[in-house]
Write a protein that binds this ligand. Structure first.
Ligand code: C5P
Length: 213
């Protein structure tokens, strides 16, 4: 079974995808990490004429070994760099096969990102599109940073999330919109447990319907 989970920054899709993976005992890939790793690899080239070519080369050379330093990959700098390399079409193409191979391993997988249901795995068994209002998303991200002991400027964080979303949604190569067969799940007023229960109910419902066909 392949479960695709898409949604904007800090919507809770990563936590939800990890919860679904544990529930159904499936491997999980957070595809944002791939873009973050490519972004970090070319952080010193931002604004230079080499930026694009270096990002493409980094994407083509990416493997699992680049995805281990979670502290750095999930930091603030990596988020912005990720969305800067994500607008380069060849970067997306280079990362696509890695994501498809992961999703199509025997038994399937849970895979989360922005374009999983639309571009990476249009054949996924179940597609979820996670939403939450911008203020709730900012507050969740702020708490994550505070748990790491960081001081958070909520005003700046709110604008940073809005700016990243705008760039992601405007990305002509992004595929960042709900697939026609995606199930929308708004987590604004749900805690993690309630969101996971709602997601499991959707997955079980879709799979039960498929079994009858
Ligand atoms: O999901 P996360 O916030 O870690 O993603 C970081 C950035 O990587 C996103 O803002 C987006 O620009 C890019 N991304 C993407 N497609 C994906 C996953 C992430 O364009 N499937």
């Amino acid at each position: 079974m392949i479960i695709a989970v898409d949604g904007p920054a800090a919507s809770g899709k990563g936590t939800l995808a990890a919860g679904l993976a544990a529930h159904y005992r499936l491997p999980h890939l957070d595809t944002g990490l791939l873009y973050r790793a490519v972004g970090l690899a070319v952080g010193d080239a931002v604004g230079t004429p080499q930026f694009e070519a270096r990002a493409i080369a980094a994407a083509r050379g990416l493997d699992a070994a680049h995805l281990t330093d979670l502290a750095q990959l999930t930091g603030d700098a990596a988020s912005t760099l990720a969305s800067q390399v994500a607008v380069i079409a060849e970067v997306r193409v280079a990362l696509r096969q890695y994501q498809r191979d992961f999703a199509h391993q025997p038994g399937g997988a849970v895979i989360d990102g922005r374009d999983i249901g639309t571009v990476v795995c249009p054949d996924a068994d179940v597609k979820l599109f996670i939403e939450a209002d911008s203020k709730a998303r900012m507050e969740r991200r702020a708490r994550q940073f505070e748990l790491k002991g960081l001081v958070v400027d909520r005003y700046a964080l709110y604008h940073q999330i809005e700016e990243r979303d705008a760039r992601d949604r405007a990305n002509p190569y992004g595929g960042f919109y709900p697939a026609p067969d995606a199930h929308l799940l708004d987590t604004t007023r749900l805690d993690i447990e309630a969101a996971l229960r709602a997601a499991v109910a959707i997955v079980d419902g879709v799979m039960a319907k498929k079994a009858k066909q």
